[in-house]
Ligand binder design. Structure first.
Ligand SMILES: Cc1cc2nc3c(=O)[nH]c(=O)nc-3n(C[C@H](O)[C@H](O)[C@H](O)COP(=O)(O)O)c2cc1C
Length: 161
């Protein structure tokens, strides 16, 4: 019952990569992709980490739905949330706009792990959107922030003691 679950949804693979980076640090973790698993039994876990990507300011619909459908259970667990996004300076805004207030209040930690631009997984429309949101003032971050992942993992580990 001390097992940790990481649930994520990822469009171009970065949120998935981060899920495994985090799992490698935490050990004894189950990692589940929301796009391929439908019935996840949360009762088997004391700690649940949820990761999602941001596109056009919005959190992945699958992650949003998962949180909505499991809200009561999540409020009674150790929970933590991460997002992958290019405009890391907008992180607080993305969390406040996309996650229920009580879910964030109850979280052990929530943070961004940065983001990546995977051009071969982007349609021409995606590229147009990215050009529109990335200008001289707002530059899309193009790397995963390993330090943030390590800090996040440390907080989770401390919460298990
Ligand atoms: C079409 C598109 C829209 C995006 N919109 C945003 C955005 O509004 N804000 C932001 O910070 N990052 C934005 N990004 C960057 C993504 O959040 C980043 O690429 C992230 O790593 C994607 O995660 P994933 O690979 O798990 O899908 C966008 C990327 C794409 C391709």
């Amino acid at each position: 019952m001390n097992k940790i679950l990481i649930v994520y949804a990822s469009k171009s693979g970065t949120t998935e990569k981060c899920a495994y980076k985090l799992a490698n640090i935490l050990k004894l973790v189950d990692v589940v992709n929301l796009s391929s698993s439908k019935n996840i039994d949360l009762n088997n876990y004391k700690t649940i980490i949820i990761g999602g990507n941001i596109r056009m300011g919005l959190l992945s619909k699958k992650v949003k739905r998962f949180i909505k459908d499991n809200k009561l259970k999540l409020l009674n667990k150790n929970t933590a949330y991460y997002i992958c996004c290019g405009l890391v300076e907008n992180k607080e805004q993305y969390f406040q706009n996309n996650f229920p207030k009580d879910i964030l209040e109850k979280a052990i930690i929530y943070d961004t792990f940065g983001g990546e631009i995977v051009l071969d997984k982007c349609s021409s429309f995606d590229k147009m959107i990215m050009k529109a949101i990335s200008n001289s003032k707002n530059k899309l971050s193009i790397e995963i922030n390993q330090k943030s992942i390590e800090r996040f993992a440390k907080v989770i580990k401390e919460s298990l003691n």
